[in-house]
Design a protein around this ligand. Structure first.
Ligand code: BTX
Length: 334
């Protein structure tokens, strides 16, 4: 009922709608309407109320709301179930628990605040502000473990497409998992897997996107390496049309599902081609750190299973699957 109250308020933002009308339309008592309005206010919606005229929804701050994400969400698998948590240590941690308990393929966990957001290799991901998209998707594809890197590639392609569609901004991808705006990281992807030798049990695809942060919202030590969609656009004087995080999430889930379906069908060429088109890594000099060795070379290609092909200075061409890589010279961070 609360969602329906919200929907009616959204349909009537230019005028007041009385408690009596709402109770009639939704077939609930006026006390119930009042309780739902109170709860929506607690969620952060700004609702003007007048004892004579009723209620009116005012332009609200950007609030993550599952009902709104689901409006017009045409996916079949991804986001069929969406779990919203006001705050959590890490959506990846939470997703791993529910995946182990047998949640459905495509279940999404999303939060406004992470208290211990995680990056790769034990690093931390700053996600204290209610300005980003911090979410994890549980996937259960029938693919061999070595193809999992493709999911990360697909996720970065999906983020790039979704940001482009919603904001018009062109975004670059740094292999394998950073989405960058103006040379700074706007999104990170942490893919974690539970598998046996030849079988994937589940994958948790964690995506963190800095959306509405101002530069001041980032701790000082991140200001040289991080940016958000808003901070980048404001800094460049680019006007982007108003959007809510819910809109970006919805478009992202649609994009993800399209690419996920391609992966399951073994149709990965398009993903790799699209990844290459947005790559800021290919054609650049890179450093590879693997098992305490360090190589340098030119990133020349990415393989169908998501490995970066590097022509190394020692004359050997290496295919890099994981481990660390840093791009030398061209970006503000390594
Ligand atoms: P990463 O290891 O590539 O990046 C982590 C590094 O990025 C940090 O060491 C820091 O330098 C920098 N950094 C930290 N926070 C931010 C930020 N908000 N914006 C830009 N740069 C930052 C990337 O790891 C993978 C991040 C995945 C985050 C998602 S959020 C939902 C899910 N849950 C979870 O705990 N992690 C994932």
């Amino acid at each position: 009922v609360k969602d329906k109250v919200l929907q009616k308020l959204k349909e009537n933002t230019s005028s007041f709608i009385s408690g009596e009308e709402l109770s009639g339309m939704l077939d609930v008592s006026r006390t119930a309407v009042w309780k739902h309005i109170k709860s929506l206010k607690e969620d952060g919606y700004i609702i003007e109320s007048s004892s004579r005229k009723g209620y009116r929804l005012l332009p609200s701050p950007d609030i993550i709301n599952v009902f709104e994400i689901k409006q017009g969400l045409k996916t079949v698998v991804i986001g069929k179930k969406i779990i919203y948590l006001d705050t959590v240590d890490s959506t990846n941690n939470y997703a791993k628990i529910i995946a182990a308990q047998g949640c459905a393929d495509g279940t999404v966990v999303i939060t406004d605040t992470q208290t211990s957001g995680r990056g790769r290799l034990g690093r931390t991901w700053n996600s204290a502000d209610r300005a980003g998209i911090w979410m994890s998707v549980v996937l259960k594809p029938d693919i061999p473990p070595e193809d999992v890197q493709l999911i990360t590639l697909a996720a970065s392609v999906a983020v790039v497409s979704a940001i482009k569609e919603v904001t018009g901004l062109e975004v670059g991808i740094k292999w394998p998992n950073d989405v960058i705006l103006g040379g700074k990281k706007a999104c990170g992807i942490l893919t974690e897997m539970n598998s046996e030798m030849e079988r994937v049990n589940f994958i948790v695809l964690g995506i963190g996107i800095n959306v509405k942060h101002t530069m001041e919202d980032f701790p000082e030590e991140l200001r040289n390496v991080a940016t958000s969609i808003k901070a980048f656009a404001d800094g460049k004087g680019i006007e982007i049309k108003w959007f809510e995080r819910n809109d970006l999430i919805r478009v992202l889930l649609c994009e993800l599902e399209r690419l996920y379906t391609d992966i399951i069908n073994g149709d990965v060429k398009g993903i790799v081609e699209r990844w290459k088109k947005h790559s800021v890594t290919l054609g650049r000099e890179v450093k590879i750190f693997s098992r305490n060795c360090e190589y340098r070379g030119m990133a020349v290609d990415v393989t169908q299973d998501g490995k970066l092909v590097v022509d190394c200075t020692d004359g050997i061409t290496r295919k890099v699957a994981s481990g660390e890589i840093s791009i030398r010279g061209i970006l503000g961070y390594t």
